[in-house]
Design a protein around this ligand. Structure first.
Ligand SMILES: [Mg+2]
Length: 194
């Protein structure tokens, strides 16, 4: 049975933000590769296959030097304004930590601004980390949600008592650790917390 006030660890890209639409649009501008959305993404890093390693590195270097690019990410299309409102209320009720593997010296600022612009969230707690399982263990998280199979494995290994959710995506259908529950929308995830 979950406690009344939950400690929630929430990923951003692929859970709240449609990373792939903006990422592939940028690659299209620079290299002419196809644009695809979150829902069209059958593998986790398709641009790694479509671009040379030099181009792929340059793409990330561009983002590192234009960190305001993070503001161009749309919300996942399934997220409605009503969901955004429910989300803000949930932040008052539960203890949310946004954990992301984004990098850059100003990326916390832009992520903070993005959460405000997209959801009206003020002063979110953002943690930059690649070892998300360690963060979940440190915060004794009750619940964690992510879209990446490798991260779900980290949660299963490093924070086994944290209840795991995966945000549905074509690229995360295989290899999920057992005991992971799937949600198809933010709304479904918020339902699971109430
Ligand atoms: Mg993600």
């Amino acid at each position: 049975m979950l406690p009344e006030r939950l400690v929630v660890i929430c990923d951003i890209d692929g859970v709240l933000a449609d990373f792939y639409t903006s990422f592939s649009t940028l690659a299209n501008d620079l290299y002419g590769t196809p644009i695809f959305s979150h829902e069209e993404c059958l593998e986790r890093s398709p641009l790694k296959r479509l671009l040379s390693s030099k181009q792929y590195t340059s793409l990330w270097r561009y983002i590192d030097t234009h960190q305001e690019w993070w503001l161009t990410l749309p919300r996942l299309p399934s997220i409605t304004d009503n969901d955004a409102c429910r989300f803000r209320h949930s932040l008052q009720r539960h203890s949310w930590h946004f954990v992301t593997s984004r990098t850059g010296d100003r990326v916390i600022y832009y992520t903070c601004l993005w959460l405000y612009q997209q959801f009206g969230i003020v002063l979110p707690h953002i943690i930059l980390a690649k070892e998300k399982g360690v963060v979940a263990a440190r915060f004794q998280a009750d619940v964690a949600i992510d879209d990446t199979v490798e991260i779900l494995e980290q949660y299963a290994t490093d924070a086994p008592s944290t209840v795991r959710y995966v945000m549905h995506a074509p690229y995360n259908q295989v290899g999920r650790p057992s005991g992971t529950s799937e949600v198809r929308t933010l709304s479904e995830f918020l339902d699971a917390l109430t």
